[in-house]
Design a protein around this ligand. Structure first.
Ligand code: ADP
Ligand code: MG
Length: 702
């Protein structure tokens, strides 16, 4: 087996700070570092020098093209490749060039990307702008080697048309407001507070030949029909199980490709469902983590193909087994290395930490609807609240230790003690004794405190983590801002902070829930507490446009009202388009694959009945089966006709929001009805005539 030298390959395709230090003149390097750390603009002269160094480095590594790599509202990344070639001289020789201007700014047709009406085709100009804080990197694939420059994407008039711009804005907001808080507690050295993100990525891997036989997987990324295999995940033998050879070879190559890109692929394991796996990188600065998560998803798909596998990132590829999510781990760290979410050993004495927790409680309670929306996407509607992922209700899990401190504060205004982790008793004398964590885990909570970070568990596996982190940063920035306003003006700081913590914790204690989030009891309890339960993506959209939301996002310059409106439009449109594709795929598969196959089967049964009867034998079983199949076939065809009909009706609705609700209320139920009939046929029809691979073949035979 060939040896992998991780130190050598790690970040070998990244234009890192180290590479810049080596290749840039001292002064220019200093300027670049300053802009990276403190913001501001790089001079064009400096940009020219950086561009040349970047190009030389890339060309030495075989690059022929560069691209401004950006993240439009499609949720994936976009790139347009430009070769470094220039007009040849009289002797036919071309010089490879890349200017500072080309590095900083690109132009793109904004109207061809989702923009929610901000850009019509006649006023289509859009710009991409270099995000100096996320390093440029090289992508190697069949097109050759490509220099990718992470960029933000805005319209001619400055509206954000992407996921990165608002994220960067929200990072500035949370930094400024966090600094106000820690200054109050005497921190004078930190100059920045950085939201840090570690996104755990779940995915499925299936055999590519089988994948290619299923149009639903090809067009919708999930199965639209299919009966669960005789075995599911009930034996709990896949989770953390031994990794099969074929999957292992994939993981090995995936890690190498990611390490080259500077992605710290760290943890890998089998997940709960058969054919389901997870990869987690080490956490890093939010915008880089978002970029890297995009690279992780893209690289997973690419590497899977090389192994004749297909990687499914959909939230619910298969009914009856767990779907996939993306746990978004989030914390706040100063540029001097202090994690503001670290409670220390005695959280009850850590006033700054308690204030921060109180503010986060306030933020999450006040904007539970927005947080819910940030994790909404069509695929995720199949998971949230379905007993495999958090419910659609936002609540916070603080753990025993912190919850106890909150209770003390709320009840008496003082917190006198923190529950300590006890010694773990295994009952075996040779096993090491160690102190347990002060808090157990709670897998059912959507927003859980896990020691020194919050884990937002609602996010869907295919979704960008930009949105959830933008929202998190924004809502917490607002709570910090309001607290700082009070505390900066207070005459007696100690008294004021004490009162504020008590006030916030008392007022927002209803958001704390440490019990079983999957239970029906919690749904009822949450309703009593007045917590929102927003069940679907479509219903979540309007949370963006409430007065509260517009005020929040405008206050911190994260979204203008116009930008929020455009995003809402895009969300409605995307919902409709996605379900429409699913519906059309179902119609196609039912009409051209399932129904013809079942008709053939009824013919075979009928022939058998006749043959058996003419041989003088009673053909009861064959006849009964024929009747049952024919009956189900009739129902399936009727359901198909209904689906065709509602889809046709939908075309008359022009308003995006109305269409989205029509799809949710009319088209989705018609799809479910059709699926039900075809699935019940799959249970009784001869497997040999079934036109597509079944669940057993898809998720057990990888
Ligand atoms: P789990 O046990 O929750 O599955 P994993 O090890 O799979 O944990 O993933 C945990 C993720 O949280 C990793 O990406 C890790 O880097 C990240 N993480 C750890 N500490 C922090 C922190 N302080 N801030 C943000 N993310 C963190
Ligand atoms: Mg994990």
């Amino acid at each position: 087996m060939s040896k992998i030298n991780v130190e050598e390959i790690f970040a070998s395709n990244v234009f890192t700070l180290g590479v810049m230090q080596e290749r840039l003149p001292k002064e220019v390097f200093k300027d670049v570092k300053k802009v990276m750390e403190q913001g501001g603009e790089l001079s064009l002269a400096d940009a020219n020098v950086v561009a040349k160094a970047m190009k030389d480095w890339a060309v030495e590594k075989g690059a022929t093209h560069y691209t401004h790599w950006f993240q439009p509202l499609t949720g994936i990344t976009a790139e347009k490749h430009d070769a470094f070639v220039t007009v040849p001289d009289a002797f036919g020789k071309t010089l490879l060039e890349f200017s500072g201007k080309e590095l900083i700014k690109g132009e793109s047709d904004a109207s061809s990307f989702p923009n929610g009406g901000i850009r019509s085709t006649c006023e289509a100009r859009g710009y991409t702008a270099w995000d100096i804080t996320s390093p440029a990197f090289l992508k190697e694939d069949s097109t050759g080697v490509l220099l990718c420059i992470p960029t933000a994407f805005c319209s001619y008039t400055g509206e954000a048309l992407d996921k990165k711009t608002p994220l960067l804005r929200s990072m500035e907001a949370i930094s400024a407001q966090s600094l106000r808080i820690i200054r109050l507690f005497g921190n004078t050295t930190a100059t920045k507070v950085i939201p840090s993100v570690g996104a755990e990525q779940e995915y499925f891997l299936i055999d590519r030949d089988k994948y290619l036989k299923r149009k639903d997987l090809i067009f919708a990324g999930r199965t639209l029909f299919g009966v669960p295999a005789p075995k599911g995940q009930e034996m709990e033998d896949h989770y953390f199980g031994t990794i099969r050879d074929r999957v292992g070879a994939f993981m090995k190559e995936l890690n190498v490709e990611l390490w080259k890109l500077g992605v710290t692929a760290k943890t890998q394991h089998n997940e709960a469902a058969p054919a389901q796996h997870e990869l987690a990188p080490i956490y890093e600065t939010a915008n880089i983590a978002v970029d890297h998560n995009q690279l992780i998803m893209e690289t997973m798909k690419k590497v899977a193909n090389r192994h004749n596998l297909t990687c499914l990132l959909h939230e619910k590829p298969f009914a009856g087994v767990n779907g996939s999510g993306k746990h978004d781990n989030w914390s706040l760290c100063t540029d001097t290395g202090i994690n503001l979410l670290d409670p220390g050993k005695t959280p009850h004495e850590n006033i700054q930490f308690l204030l921060i927790v109180a503010c986060i409680m306030k933020a999450v309670d006040t904007h539970a609807d927005l947080l819910r929306q940030s994790a909404a996407d069509v695929g995720n509607d199949h998971r949230l609240g379905a007993g495999e992922a958090p419910p659609a209700i936002i609540s916070m899990f603080l753990g025993e230790q912190l919850e106890d401190v909150v209770n003390q504060l709320v009840e008496t205004g003082e917190a006198a003690r923190s529950i300590r982790g006890e010694k773990l008793e295994t009952g075996v004398s040779t096993l090491p004794g160690f102190e347990k964590d002060a808090t157990d885990r709670n897998r059912t909570s959507p927003f859980a405190f896990t020691g020194n970070k919050f884990e937002f568990r609602m996010v869907g596996s295919s979704d960008s983590v930009a949105g959830p982190n933008t929202t998190l940063n924004a809502i917490v920035a607002e709570a910090f801002c309001e607290a700082a306003d009070v505390l900066e003006a207070a005459e007696d700081f100690d008294m004021a902070v004490h009162d504020l913590i008590k006030e916030y914790m008392t007022k927002h204690q209803r958001i704390i829930f440490n019990g079983d989030g999957y239970s029906q009891k919690w749904v009822e309890e949450a309703a009593r507490r007045g917590l929102p339960n927003i069940k679907t993506t479509v219903e979540a959209v309007e949370t963006l446009l409430t007065e509260k939301s517009v005020k929040l996002f405008e206050k911190f310059g994260i979204f203008t009202k116009v930008e929020l409106e455009s995003r809402a439009e895009v969300l409605y449109e995307t919902y409709v388009k996605t379900i429409n594709i699913e519906a059309r795929t179902m119609i196609d598969m039912a009409s051209k694959q399932y129904i013809p196959a079942i008709i053939d089967y009824t013919k075979a049964l009928a022939d058998t009945v006749l043959a058996v009867q003419s041989a003088g034998v009673d053909a009861v079983v064959q006849k009964n089966l024929l009747v049952e199949v024919s009956d189900k076939l009739t129902k399936a065809k009727m359901a198909l006709d209904v689906l065709v009909d509602v889809r046709t009706q939908s075309k008359a609705i022009k308003n995006h929001k109305e269409r989205a609700f029509f799809f949710k209320e009319q088209v989705v139920p018609a799809m479910n009805e059709l699926r039900g009939h075809i699935d019940s046929l799959e249970r009784i029809v001869d497997a040999k005539v079934w036109p597509v691979p079944n669940y057993g073949e898809l998720i057990f035979e990888v």
